[in-house]
Design a protein around this ligand. Sequence first.
Ligand code: CA
Length: 220
Amino acid sequence: MRILLVEDDPMIGDSLRKGLRAESFTVDWVQDGRGAELAVDTTDYALVLLDLGLPKKDGLAVLHGWRQRGLTMPVLILTARDAVPDRVKGLDSGADDYLTKPFDLTELLARMRALLRRQGGRARDWLENGALRLDPVSHTVEYRAQPVSLSAREFAVLHALMEMPGAVLSREQLEDRLYGWGEEVESNTIEVHIHNLRRKLAPPLIRTVRGVGYRLGETG
Ligand code: CA
């Protein structure tokens, strides 16, 4: 799942990026308001973590601009401005949630999950497709009630397919989910992950739609 981190403090930004990557998020990190605008113009994000005090353009102004243009991705504000008027202003500008620094990574992750669930219209964390069950919180997959061991990227590919049952995802869309900026995309890597998933689960589970991409089939 690809998210945008907007944070000008290098230490906070670096530690957040590391923590989020350890949770299998693909993280793009920008350090000013203009960079945030550019990133959202060019990339589709599942969620944005937004600091408010930013160089070049204030976080609230950036957020206000996105909402005025009708962009609906969840935005979670991370800031040291803990005064009540600032919180109210943030929520009024279109933020979905608000976390005051310093905060605990586990609380941030829980709030992110809640926003992503709400966005997906799901009440529970885990995803199911026939005999296949995926839990994004514990990063576990079960097939026919047996645990399946997957690498972080195999998990991310399966997660993307299970989030949109029936939809065909192109190789480029899957690569977008797996790789952040500056990460080298190896050729054929998606094909390798799909091959491994088929081997570990069941061959007909992931269907190839020729010339288009992949989709999840029915599992018994
Ligand atoms: Ca700041």
